[in-house]
Design a protein around this ligand. Structure first.
Ligand SMILES: [Zn+2]
Length: 674
C-alpha cells in the first residue's frame, strides 16, 4: 500500500475534473482499443502457461482455496462458494480453525477499523447513500469424504483478539467436533455473500467514467488465519503446540496469510474486463445467467487472491522475460499507457537485479479509481495517476515501483503485516528509492526548474519533519500513537536502511538483501530473522544498530560545535574540533577536516561521549569541518549543523537559507503525493 497521510482521496477531485475534461477524447480513443485488446481466444491461449516458473512448489502450500464468485454489478454484491483445505502443520492434533472476515471492517461505524480511522465515518466521507459493506457466511460444513458433512455454522463464533470490541466481526473461529490429526487436512465448504463497500481501504466499488461501477475486489472471501507451529516466527521452538495468529482489521494494519494454491471461477457481466491474481485458465460465455461470462484462474504459491472488473478498462499487453504484463487502463488515461508499461518493465528489471527473480508468470497492473489505487496483491497491483501528469513529476512511476516491490516483501516474504508492518512497507520503501533514484539520479520524484527531489530525500524529510523520536519500527500497527504509523512503517525504515547501507557499504548491503530474500522467501520472516541475515552477511554484530533504530526510538543528530587551528611547528598545524551529540542516538561516522592546502583528514566519531574534542594534524591551517561528509547516514535529523567553515560564512548562510526553503517545500509536497 502507498501511505496517504490525509483522506484517501487526494487525487479524486483531480480525477473527476480530468474525467469531465477528457471524456470526449477518451471515448474516441476507446473506440480504437480493439487493436490492443486480446480476443477471449488469445487470452485462453496465453493462460495455458504455468502460474510460476518453477516445476516444484515454491512454498509449503498449507492451504488450498476453490472459490467461485458471481458478481452482481447492480447490487454490488458477490455470491460466493468456497472449499477451503487446511493442512495441519503441527505435531499435535488441532481442533480449531480461525478465519478473517475482513470486509466486516466496513459494515458499520463502530467496527475497530472505523473507530480507529478517527472520524472518517462513512456517512461524511462517502459519496453514496449506502457506502457500507460486509460479508455473511450463509453455510459452513466440514467435508468428510464418503461420510456425511457436518454442519459447522452453529459452532462459528466471532472473536476480538486485539481490543475486545463487541462491534467488530472481522475474526471468527470454529471449534471442530473432531480435531484435525497430525499431517491430516480439514476440508471446509462454505457459501457466503459479500457486499462490496464504496471504495475504502482499497476495496469496493466506485462509479466509473461511464457511470457504471468499477470494482476492486480485495479481502472478499473468508480467509484462514495462520496457524504458527513451534519455531515459526515468535512461537518458541520448545512450545508444546502452535497457535493461531489472527488480528482484527485495523485502520493501519494489513494482512498475513499462509501460502497455497487457488482455483477461482469468476462470473461477471459479459462486457466487463477482468484482471486477477494468477493465470487465466479459461473464459466462456454463459447461457445463464444471460449476458455473463465465467473466467477461471489458477494461482500457486500465493497467500491471497484479488480481482478487478470494469466495463471501461482499456487493455494493453506486454512481456518482460518470462512475465506476461497486462495493463488495465482507465480511458481517462489512455495517453499514459506507455508510461505505465515502461515503469512496470523498469520495476521488474530493478527488483530482479536487487532481490532476485520474480517467479510468477503474470503481472497485472490496474489503473484503479480513487482510493483503490496504490495497493498490492499477489501478481496484481493497482497504480494511480491523474490526467495531464507532467513528465517531471513521477508519482505514477513511484507507485508502480512501490507496489511491484511488494511482490517481494508482501508477496514472497510475506511477513506479518499487522505485527511488523515495517518489514513490508519499510523495506519496500527503501528498495523503491533505490530503483527510482537509479533511474533518475538526483531527482527521481520531482525534477523541475532546478528543484530536484530524490526518493531518498523524500523519505528522509517525511521522517525528520514530525517528532522523529516517536514510533519504533518494531511496533504492532494498531499500537502506534496517532500519526506515527506512516512515518514508522514507511519513511523511517527507508531512512534507517539507507543509513545501514551507509555503514555497511553498497556491496555488503546488496549481498544482505539478496541473501534475505533467497533464504526467507515463502517463509514469513520476522525482524529477528532479518537482523540475523544482516549480521551474518556483514560478519559483525549489529545490535547497536537494531536496538537503537529498529527496536528503539533513538534520534541521531551530531553537530560541529566549533574548531580551532594552531601552528605547532614550521609546517605542522593542529586542528581541534569540538563535536556534540545532541540527542541519544549514536552512529559511527567519519569527521573530515579540510586544510587550506586542500588536503583532508578523516577520523571516525562514535558519538560517545556526548561532547568530545578530536585533534587532526595537517600542513596548513584547517578551513572546514564536516561530519559525515559523504552524506551516508540520512538518519542524522539535522545536517545543517554538520559543517563548519572558517571562511565564506556568507555563502554558508545563503546555502542554509536555500536549504531551509527546500525543506519547507518538500514538507508541503509530501501531502500532494498519493
Ligand atoms: Zn506499500
Amino acid at each position: 500500500m502507498l501511505f496517504r497521510p490525509f483522506a484517501p482521496r487526494t487525487l479524486l477531485p483531480l480525477a473527476a475534473l480530468a474525467v469531465a475534461l477528457t471524456l470526449a477524447v477518451a471515448l474516441t480513443l476507446a473506440a480504437g482499443r480493439t487493436a490492443d485488446e486480446p480476443s477471449p481466444v488469445q487470452g485462453a491461449v496465453q493462460s495455458a502457461r504455468r502460474a510460476t516458473i518453477s516445476a516444484e512448489p515454491l512454498s509449503d502450500r498449507r492451504v488450498h482455496y476453490d472459490l467461485t464468485a458471481t458478481l452482481h454489478a447492480d447490487t454490488k454484491t458477490i455470491d460466493g462458494t468456497a472449499r477451503i483445505v487446511w493442512r495441519n502443520p503441527d505435531r499435535v492434533p488441532v481442533s480449531e480453525l480461525q478465519f478473517h472476515l475482513y470486509l466486516n471492517a466496513f459494515e458499520g461505524p463502530e467496527t475497530t477499523f472505523m473507530r480507529e480511522s478517527g472520524g472518517a465515518h462513512r456517512g461524511f466521507e462517502a459519496a453514496s447513500d449506502d457506502p457500507w459493506g460486509g460479508i455473511a457466511i450463509t453455510s459452513m460444513s466440514l467435508f468428510r469424504g464418503d461420510t456425511s458433512a457436518s454442519d459447522l455454522l452453529p459452532a462459528l463464533e466471532f472473536i476480538r483478539p486485539d481490543d475486545g470490541n463487541p462491534n467488530d466481526y472481522t475474526v471468527a473461529r470454529v471449534v471442530l467436533a473432531e480435531p484435525v490429526a497430525v499431517g491430516d487436512s480439514a476440508v471446509v465448504d462454505l457459501t457466503f455473500t459479500s457486499r462490496l463497500p464504496e471504495i475504502v481501504a482499497r476495496t469496493g466499488w466506485l462509479p466509473g467514467p461511464t457511470n457504471r461501477p468499477f470494482f476492486m475486489v480485495g479481502q472478499w472471501f473468508p480467509k484462514l488465519g495462520v496457524y504458527e507451529i513451534p519455531g515459526q516466527r515468535y512461537v518458541p521452538a520448545s512450545a508444546e503446540r502452535g497457535a493461531w495468529s489472527t488480528h482484527q482489521f485495523h485502520a493501519n494494519s494489513e494482512f498475513y496469510a499462509d501460502f497455497g494454491t487457488y482455483d477461482v471461477a469468476l462470473t461477471v457481466p459479459a462486457d466487463h474486463v477482468v484482471g486477477a491474481t494468477g493465470v487465466l485458465v479459461s473464459e466462456s460465455a454463459n447461457a445463464a445467467p444471460v449476458h455473463t461470462k465465467t473466467l477461471r484462474y489458477r494461482a500457486e504459491d500465493v497467500h491471497d487472491f484479488a480481482w478487478t472488473a470494469s466495463p471501461d478498462f482499456l487493455v494493453h499487453e506486454d512481456t518482460w522475460r518470462h512475465v506476461g504484463i497486462r495493463l488495465l487502463l482507465m480511458p481517462t488515461h489512455a495517453g499514459q499507457a506507455e508510461r505505465h508499461l515502461k515503469a512496470t518493465r523498469m520495476s521488474l528489471e530493478g527488483l530482479d537485479e536487487r532481490l532476485g527473480t520474480y517467479p510468477f508468470t503474470t503481472l497485472t497492473v490496474v489503473d484503479a479509481l480513487g482510493g483503490a489505487n496504490g495497493m498490492e496483491y499477489p501478481t496484481l497491483i493497482t497504480a494511480g495517476t491523474f490526467y495531464g501528469l507532467p513528465a517531471w513529476f513521477r508519482p505514477l512511476e513511484l507507485v508502480i515501483v512501490h507496489e511491484f516491490g511488494h511482490q517481494y516483501f508482501q508477496g514472497m516474504l510475506a511477513s506479518n503485516e499487522a505485527e511488523e508492518a515495517w518489514l513490508d512497507e519499510g523495506m519496500n520503501s527503501y528498495i523503491e528509492t533505490k530503483v527510482m533514484d537509479a533511474a533518475w539520479p538526483g531527482g527521481s520524484v520531482l525534477d523541475v526548474a532546478g528543484i530536484r527531489i530524490s526518493g531518498r530525500d523524500f523519505h528522509r524529510v517525511a521522517y525528520t519533519k514530525n517528532n522523529p523520536s516517536r514510533g519504533a519500527l518494531q511496533t504492532k500497527s494498531w499500537e502506534y500513537r496517532f500519526g506515527d504509523f506512516g512515518k514508522a512503517s514507511y519513511s523511517k525504515p527507508a531512512t534507517v536502511m539507507h543509513s545501514l547501507e551507509g555503514y555497511l557499504g553498497e556491496e555488503r548491503m546488496d549481498a544482505f538483501l539478496k541473501a534475505y530474500v533467497a533464504e526467507w522467501r515463502f517463509r514469513h520472516p520476522t525482524t529477528r530473522d532479518l537482523q540475523r541475515v544482516a549480521e551474518r552477511v556483514a560478519g559483525e554484530d549489529l545490535d547497536w544498530f537494531f536496538d537503537q533504530y529498529v527496536y528503539g526510538t533513538a534520534v541521531l543528530d551530531y553537530r560541529v560545535d566549533g574548531f580551532t587551528s594552531r601552528r605547532v611547528a614550521d609546517s605542522l598545524y593542529v586542528a581541534t574540533v569540538r563535536l556534540h551529540r545532541v540527542h541519544d542516538g549514536t552512529f559511527p561516522v567519519p569527521v573530515r577536516v579540510r586544510f587550506a592546502d586542500g588536503s583532508t583528514r578523516d577520523q571516525i566519531w562514535r558519538g560517545e561521549p556526548a561532547w568530545e574534542n578530536l585533534t587532526f594534524r595537517g600542513t596548513s591551517p584547517a578551513v572546514e569541518v564536516f561530519i559525515d561528509p559523504d552524506n551516508a547516514v540520512p538518519l542524522d535529523i539535522n545536517r545543517l549543523n554538520n559543517r563548519r567553515a572558517a571562511f565564506s560564512e556568507h555563502s554558508s548562510v545563503f546555502a542554509r537559507r536555500a536549504q531551509f526553503r527546500l525543506t519547507a517545500f518538500l514538507q508541503r509536497l509530501m501531502f500532494l503525493i498519493p
